[in-house]
Design a protein around this ligand. Sequence first.
Ligand SMILES: Nc1ncnc2c1ncn2[C@@H]1O[C@H](COP(=O)(O)OP(=O)(O)OP(=O)(O)O)[C@@H](O)[C@H]1O
Length: 597
Amino acid sequence: MGKRDISDVVAADDKSELSRKKSKKDKSDKSKKSAAIDATETNGDAQVNGKSVDNSEDEEKRAKAEKKAAKKAKKEAKEAKKAKKTTDADATEPSATVVEEDEDAAKAARKAARKAEKKSLKESSKTEESVAPSSKSTPVTIGSYQEDAELSQLPQAEIDAFLTKNVVTIDDPKPAVRKLRPITNFKYLPITDKAQRAPFASFTTPTPIQAATWPSLLSGRDVIGVAETGSGKTLAFGVPCIRYISSLPQDQRGGIKAVIVSPTRELAVQIHDQLVVLAKPAGLEVVCVYGGVPKDPQVYACRKASIVVATPGRLNDLIGDGSADLSKAVYVVLDEADRMLDKGFEEPIRQIISCTSKKRQTLMFTATWPPSVRELASTFMNSPVKVTIGDNASGELRANVRIKQVVEVIDPHAKEQRLLQLLKQYQSGKDKDDRILVFCLYKKEAVRIEEFIRRKGFRVGGIHGDLSQEKRSASLAAFKEGKVPLLVATDVAARGLDIPAVKVVINVTFPLTAEDYVHRIGRTGRAGKEGLAITFFTDHDKGLSGSLINVLKAANQPVPEELMKFGTTVKKKGHDAYGAFYKDVDTMKAATKITFD
Ligand SMILES: Nc1ncnc2c1ncn2[C@@H]1O[C@H](COP(=O)(O)OP(=O)(O)OP(=O)(O)O)[C@@H](O)[C@H]1O
């Protein structure tokens, strides 16, 4: 019988596997019970090993050995009794020698029984080691990561329940002899320093993507992490990053050890800010490198930094002029990985990765993992462990299911009036400060919509590529702080941005791909909260109706009749409204039209 461990459950991405396990467990329970009955019936002294071993073969072996020991003891006692009887018949008075012989025989019988029992225990514990432990295990060590002893002692059922409840799939091309358990509680993290643990104080438990990726990351493996928008992927790659660098001896800490690449400046800043909270208590410096601002402060900061968070363009600039040396970078993360591997970014990413250490650990995190980028990803990685959260093992496109998605099929000319109605509905009276994020497809369209909204008396800001970085940052800050409750954006704000309490996302124009749609609406409903996304869909967008319908169906959202009329097939199609601006888009691919930095 093979090991029964996390890998079994992880591989169990279908119900039949789970039901097989259940019947295996039932059988084992039955066998345990019968072993106990056998042992008690044969010899009252014979005990079933108190350890709970969820393995029927084991139980059978043990019960057999116990039976054999009890039989042997009984036989020896019988012989001793017989010997006593013979002696009694020979002498009317029991001599001291006879009593002694009788006692010796009984003693021998007891000794034999004990010996046999010990042997059986030894055998069963040996089997327990080689056959996977189900209720208790010894901690596993891989590289410098040692699983927490308390985590190893958790009943397997608890681990199984976590993996099943959160629909965790771990696909490991190099499975270990005994799989590492997900880090289901912050206390199981191998971080002893109080200050370094402090950032977790505001959270109850690690999110599923954190729990499931940390063991592989802490043991040095390459990882692809796919989990819905707003599910805590930043800390998933951030915590092992800080842990790795801070555990290095002082004399090996010099230079840039980790590089995190992001598609937009705003996202790079956000990742930087989150990492600083983790890095500061560990005495590590993090620098943020992105375009549209002066280089010099970044060049200076790179000299002292252990971690660089960057957009590809500016990072390649700094590598080119010798300001950023990545030769010692062994921890490389592509956040929004599918976007980073997409056409616009592929070459700059290739250049960056080629400058990092050959011994690097490469990580890719994303909420959408289209087939078009998977092959390319594998060229940068070494036998990556793929962790997927959600009913999405094959990496199909999935929106966060806590977001209510409403699609309104409308006439393109009716968009502005409908937008106005929605703003009045969701941002009036006591709700006047609620945050609403409005997405447009093109910069000029964003400017027009922003002006339209402002004219109608709303407090509104804008963010798109035609604005200076200073203005982009100011708009985002005002929106985040709640000073300006409405933000009109292009897809520059679609990915990664973690803005607290965005109540509604309104898509005035549908994006170029269904992936972008999933990311856009993912700005609401974050960190376990509910959200609402309202999308205008017109005849011009009909090429994407099939992909959108799939996303709606997968998240159990209603599909309007009018949308069905546009067709359900996922196909390449031109964009009627934008003509030459619109490329033929394979709807399974991430956007190639919009480049951010
Ligand atoms: N363990 C946790 N418990 C509760 N909240 C958490 C936890 N870890 C992170 N968060 C919070 O969840 C929010 C979303 O996290 P994050 O921005 O990392 O999501 P993401 O998965 O990267 O999203 P996206 O796919 O949109 O980039 C953040 O506000 C973060 O502080």
